[in-house]
Write a protein that binds this ligand. Sequence first.
Ligand code: ADP
Ligand code: MG
Length: 249
Amino acid sequence: MISKNNSNQVILRVENVHKSFNGNEVLKGISFNVNKGETKVIIGPSGTGKSTLLMCINRLVEVDSGKIYLENKDITSAKNVHKIRQEIGFVFQHFNLFEHLNVLDNVKLGLIKVKKINKDEATDIALKELERVGLKNKIELYPAQLSGGQKQRVAIARALAMNPKLMLFDEPTSALDPELIGEVLGVMIELAKSGMTMLCVTHELGFARAVADEIIFMEGGVIVEQGSPLEMFNNPKKERTKEFLNKLT
Ligand code: ADP
Ligand code: MG
């Protein structure tokens, strides 16, 4: 863990969230907080509800019961879903870039269409974020001309350009060739160190070790155990946590 002077200001509060699909309960009462400036990492086997949880947070999926608060505002019932998605950046496993737009326009689009920022200002913001992810020299290229790692860095820049209060990452490196993972993790580590509030589903334990304030181990729709990387790696309390982490390393 790194020292970032985390405040105790709660950015995200998830309270007893339940979600079923066709009678199959995928989230069985999930509760946790993320404070301002913290990075929390969620790990757990496939099919455990990790993606569903992230999608509930930015309202791509509606919860059945429970509450989710962003800076004390109940966003589970808020009408303006677009506003919530501006405030919460989402980086997916499969990039989701606009193939017909170049790198610069991919990052500018939300600024112009959603935030109604003028084109020149949008260009300035986009260039700043593309510089941050190391892609300022690729702005004219189209997604098809980029490596997976570069595409994911564009997706991160696009999310950051909206100036979110919270960034969600759903296995951002799991679709990448091994040699491209490091460049994306490097950007995420810098972002965490800069004080961004982040909730990341990832099995990159090196990343977790470097910047996570807490690791949450989920299985079967519940949080089995959560703790600092030191506690979770060196002294997990639950046998299941130990088994899962042993398989990953
Ligand atoms: P994880 O991200 O941990 O692998 P998911 O949240 O993707 O898990 O999925 C958890 C479970 O919910 C899986 O059994 C999956 O098939 C199911 N599920 C997810 N989304 C839907 C959906 N839209 N409709 C029906 N079942 C779904
Ligand atoms: Mg998933």
